[in-house]
Design a protein around this ligand. Structure first.
Ligand code: KG4
Ligand code: ZN
Length: 335
């Protein structure tokens, strides 16, 4: 089965073709980051409009790349949520329109399930069961994954997501959007001994996270430095480093706990923050100690993309699912 996958939940237009026998045939991505950068974050209305402009040309591009015609596509899948509703509707309506025209089944899938199973696109894919750490701009969750659709939420953030915290810290440090990679880059120059920021919710049992206090802590530290007229480039880097260490350490502590609690030895790390180098270093160190292993999607599939949507859609279509009613676009949708 050849499946066309469409992702438009936020600020990336992603399209891919996944073949259940041959794997990924083509994938293309258009990022709107430059357009939103001047506003310091994603502007939902602009995001929807840009998806409308870019989606059909991208679909044409992947069809050409894979040397396929409409008749070669067996099904279409799209991100039905969670995400920005206007942006989601662009992908959903295009998917439903094309499916009707081509006479093929169509299915709306969960964006986070896409991230969760993105490492399955790699040659060295993890086997079920595993623990997944989903860390993106909108989510921080630990999930026990026992099979397709068999997900048990072990813990999640009670306030800001890890990526959101990175983005907010970046704003305070006057770094451009999106902040995560910028904070990480600045932190590389920072001295880890200068500050020690709190590791929220690690002093009590449980697998939930909280990152909003860390944001306040960063702001207070910056204000103090500013008031003392002592905020040069190095000082900013030291603060970025302390912030990153605190987020990473918190994530590592909770992953360790989740593996102990479930007795599992495989950890999938997915979502935009999984691109963070320091997180990968720390996890790899911790997991080796306990004879466990981490699995990541390749770099370009850590953030939003069409390939993960085509993959998840193919699995679910294979299991007999498809949309029977109108298109689906749900801004909030638990996994
Ligand atoms: O999964 P994603 O592309 O979009 C959402 O569904 O949210 O994740 C984007 C998030 C942003 O908050 C971004 O700042 C963060 O991932 N991010 C990073 C890094 N690369 C992206 N955070 C920390 N370090 C990075 N290297
Ligand atoms: Zn995402």
């Amino acid at each position: 089965m050849r499946v066309l996958g469409i992702e438009t939940s936020c600020d990336e237009t992603g399209v891919a073709i996944y073949d259940t026998d041959q794997g990924l045939l083509a994938d293309a991505l258009y990022s709107q980051i430059a357009m939103h950068a001047e506003f310091g974050g994603v502007v939902p209305e602009l995001a929807s409009r840009d998806h409308t402009r870019k989606l059909l040309p991208l679909i044409q591009q992947v069809m050409d790349e894979a040397q396929l015609k409409a008749a070669d596509i067996d099904a279409i899948t799209y991100t039905a949520g969670p995400g920005l509703v206007g942006a989601l509707m662009v992908g959903a309506s295009t998917a439903h329109g094309l499916a009707k025209a081509w006479g093929v089944p169509v299915l709306g899938v969960h964006h986070m399930e896409g991230h969760l199973l993105a490492p399955m696109l790699e040659d060295d894919a993890p086997e079920f069961p595993f623990v997944a750490l989903l860390v993106s701009g909108g989510h921080t969750q630990l999930v026990a994954v026992r099979g397709l659709g068999e997900y048990e939420l072990l813990g999640e953030s009670v306030d800001d997501a890890a990526g959101e915290a990175f983005d907010k810290a970046a704003k305070m440090l006057e770094l451009p959007y999106p902040g995560g990679p910028q904070v990480a880059k600045l932190a590389e120059q920072g001295d880890p001994r200068r500050y020690r920021f709190p590791r929220p919710m690690t002093d009590r049992p449980g697998l939930d996270f909280s990152f909003s206090g860390l944001k306040t802590h960063t702001m207070v530290t910056l204000k103090k430095a500013k008031a003392a007229d002592d905020l040069d480039e190095q000082h900013c880097a030291d603060i970025a480093r302390a912030f990153e260490e605190a987020v990473v350490d918190t994530l590592v502590i909770k992953c360790r706990r989740a593996l102990d609690q479930t007795g599992l030895k495989r950890l999938v790390v997915a979502g935009g923050v999984s691109a963070n180098t320091r997180l990968r270093e720390r996890l790899s160190h911790e997991l080796t100690k306990r004879n466990a292993r981490a699995y990541y999607p390749r770099g370009r599939f850590c953030t939003d993309n069409g390939a993960m949507i085509a993959y998840v859609g193919a699995q679910r279509l294979n299991a007999g699912e498809q949309d029977t009613g109108p298109m689906k676009a749900v801004p909030r949708w638990p996994l």
